[in-house]
Design a protein around this ligand. Structure first.
Ligand code: 13P
Length: 249
């Protein structure tokens, strides 16, 4: 944890959730929320407005999982940042490895999306993380440093942007880096944030994501420069998500 920073536990529901079970999950998270961590649930776009309504005035905020870089236009199937904000979202996940992989999103694309999110008043949660090959070849830090340098727009610090370090090979696999490797990566990201955003970089939140579960959360969340978690699978089970939030203090 970084002194002076409020931890954040964000749930990335990915493509899971119909209205009935999504609302039930959101209510269960809201009802069980306690402690100091800021909680965010990021449902599919179809549920953002319903959840924002159901969670208004509670300790749980809502985020989108992606947005287009344009505010509006001829982009069939896409959702813009102003649309997410209008639906009640306060955050948006950008550059998730599943989007970088499946839709070939590049760092400049992610940067443009983050700019659009900030312009719409959303707080971007920008994901970075190395594929397994780069970890094996001992160039994980180099790869992530390049993503950080090219994915974060100028206004990221002033907007209170969030970075999520998610090693691609740890997502949905039950495998995680060692705590020492997580700490080393987060320290590197912190140094880059301090250099790029001198006013805010020391206290911007850096989340860890990739197979965070109740059993490993306390150890990961206690590491220096780990200011919370971006949780996939375990965020779909209210008691697991809440147990991870409790581990944040
Ligand atoms: P898992 O927690 O299921 O590994 O997913 C992590 C993730 O991709 C969060 O964005």
């Amino acid at each position: 944890m970084t002194p002076g920073t409020r931890p954040m536990i964000a749930g990335n529901w990915k493509m899971h959730g119909l209205a009935a079970d999504g609302l039930a999950l959101a209510h269960a998270v809201k009802d069980g929320a306690k402690g100091q961590a800021e909680l965010v649930v990021c449902p599919p776009a179809t549920l953002v407005a319903a959840l924002a309504g159901a969670l208004a005035g509670t300790a749980v905020a809502v985020g989108g999982q992606d947005c287009h870089m344009a505010a509006k236009g001829a982009h069939t199937g896409d959702v813009s940042a102003p649309m997410l904000a209008d639906a009640g979202a306060r955050f948006v996940i950008l550059g998730h490895s599943e989007r970088r992989g499946a839709y070939r999103e590049t760092d400049p694309t992610v940067r443009a999306k983050a700019e659009a999110a900030i312009a719409a008043g959303l707080i971007p949660i920008v994901c970075v993380g190395e594929p397994e090959d780069d970890r094996l070849l001992a160039r994980a830090e180099e790869v992530v440093a390049a993503q950080v340098a090219a994915s974060l727009p100028e206004g990221f610090g002033a907007a209170g942007g969030v970075v999520a370090y998610e090693p691609v090979w740890a997502i949905g696999t039950g495998r995680t880096p060692t705590e020492a490797d997580i700490a080393a990566m987060h320290a590197m990201i912190r140094a880059r944030l301090v250099a790029a955003f001198p006013g805010q970089g020391a206290t911007l939140r850096i989340l860890y994501g990739g197979s965070v579960k109740p059993a490993n959360a306390a150890g990961i969340l206690a590491l220096p420069n780990v200011d919370g978690a971006l949780v996939g699978g375990a965020s779909l089970v209210a008691e697991d998500f809440l147990a991870i939030a409790a581990a944040a203090g």
